[in-house]
Design a protein around this ligand. Sequence first.
Ligand SMILES: [Zn+2]
Ligand SMILES: [Zn+2]
Length: 137
Amino acid sequence: MDDYKPYEDYFDGSHGISELLKSNHYDNLWPESVDGKWKVHDIKEYQRLEIVGPADYYCRIKYDMKSESYQSEKLYCSCEKPYNPDLKMIQCERCYEWYHINCIGMTEGEVESTGDYICDPCRNIETTKHNNLVTTS
Ligand SMILES: [Zn+2]
Ligand SMILES: [Zn+2]
């Protein structure tokens, strides 16, 4: 897939300098070739930044390699709704997806006292892995 250039054909030059596409396409990189960590914000968060540093990026479009389609409206949470600033959300430490705290049955107080949040799908993956280890050993 050497001719994979989503930026050029989709945006026609209209994408932001600091914009990244989120995709399910993965590359293997040598650790030596990674020279730092980028902070990828969602678009609302990015717009709220007072100082935008060289490592600050945002993402508003998702590219699906399998269907070769773009999903421009990011959907959040298990309820799959677009971003709504009125609803408080929490980010999963594993998959970095955002969840409405009332959809996962948490209160604001609980969110503040909880350190790392891990969502149900991620927890299920871990349980499955664990069960596989147990049953195959
Ligand atoms: Zn929700
Ligand atoms: Zn997760």
